[in-house]
Design a protein around this ligand. Structure first.
Ligand code: PMV
Length: 339
């Protein structure tokens, strides 16, 4: 049996190959409607199937209990060292729910998704963990069941998550997501989730500001402002909701030019609710000046990523412009290709 230190020293690719069970989950990108979605407006999100978190499971030493080996962080979490770690708690709850008796397990994970940057890295890691445990238990979990388990874990990070992250990551397809706001007693009615038609796939470049931002900070700040000026903020959220409805039509008709203009309009409103940043604005402006059809931040803001809608003709110039404007990295992906 290898020690944890030996396990950590191995490249994750090798742990993955040697593992008894493997699972993964995609990154997500909110196309439009972030923040407004917390207040009951619709939002659109897509799964980015080529950018993933992966989890690998093997049996562990007798009596060890479940151990999570976080390769990217070079850390091990177990009952002794990190009993209140949210991912370890998710693993314990999932084992309970799956009625797994043999719990001496080593569960490694690694992720290609930039952390705390609006691409759903937390939800993807949690989903990959639940999926690998289900594989070990020999159980087929439905996307809705996985999503609910991950949501409970996300609540510990964000407080009042809309649920869009865990949903799009677990369903792994473009979604239209709407959920009535939380009730005064703190409960939230069930969301309405529709799978979305994208008639013509579109290319985007994702520009990472390199600034990490924990979701709960901008979400909390928006809540405070909304409490102080409910009418103003409700109006802004309504406008964002109306844009999401128009974007849905554009995705169905394949009108990329109109889509670009709507992304720009959504970005302007996100600026008005106070979640953009000079660095995000710089990247958005650089992309548009280099010929992108539209650009906006994605996710909670105050850092993280933006994306630009590009054509084959503008792609290279926009990538260069993003790098020149200080993007820490630029990822490229095609959205809307059936998986
Ligand atoms: O930054 P992310 O990927 O965690 O996205 C947050 C999206 C918000 O609408 C701002 C919050 C939410 O819970 O929907």
């Amino acid at each position: 049996m290898q020690s944890q230190r030996e396990k950590l020293a191995k490249p994750f690719a090798q742990v993955w190959t040697e593992a008894d069970y493997r699972a993964s989950a995609p990154a997500k990108l909110i196309v439009c409607g972030e923040h407004a979605v917390v207040y009951g407006q619709p939002a659109i999100a897509v799964a980015l199937s080529d950018i993933r978190a992966r989890s690998a499971l093997s049996c562990g030493p007798r009596g060890s209990g479940p151990q999570i080996i976080a390769h990217d962080l070079q850390t091990v979490w177990n009952r002794e060292t990190a009993a209140d770690n949210p991912l370890l708690q998710l693993v314990e709850r999932t084992l309970e729910q799956l009625e797994v008796a043999e719990r001496d397990l080593e569960i490694s994970f690694s992720s290609e998704i930039p952390i705390a940057s609006g691409m759903g890295s937390g939800a993807a890691i949690a989903t990959a963990l639940v999926r690998v445990l289900a594989a070990y238990a020999g159980r087929e979990l439905r996307a809705g069941e996985i999503s609910a388990m991950v949501y409970a874990s996300e609540q510990r990070f964000h407080g009042t998550p809309s649920g869009i992250d865990n949903t799009v990551v677990a369903y792994e397809q473009p979604i239209w997501y709407q959920r009535p706001p939380a009730q005064p007693d703190g409960t939230r009615p069930a969301p309405s989730i529709e799978s979305l038609q994208i008639s013509a796939p579109f290319s985007i470049l994702i520009g990472d500001t390199g600034i990490r931002s924990a979701t709960h900070r901008p979400v909390g700040a928006v809540r405070e402002r909304w409490q102080k000026q409910p009418e103003r903020y409700n109006r802004l959220f309504d406008q964002i909701g109306a844009i999401s409805a128009q974007i849905r039509s554009c995705l169905a008709s394949g009108d990329h030019k109109a889509l670009g203009a709507l992304l720009d309009a959504n970005q302007k409103l996100l600026g008005q609710i106070g979640v953009s940043l000079p660095k995000l604005n710089q990247l958005v402006r650089a992309a548009r000046n280099a010929g992108a059809l539209g650009a906006k931040l994605s996710g909670a803001g105050w850092g993280g990523v933006m994306f630009a809608l590009v054509t084959p003709e503008s792609r290279d110039a926009v990538r260069q412009a993003l790098l020149d404007a200080g993007a820490a990295r630029v990822l490229e992906t095609l959205v809307g290709v059936p998986s």
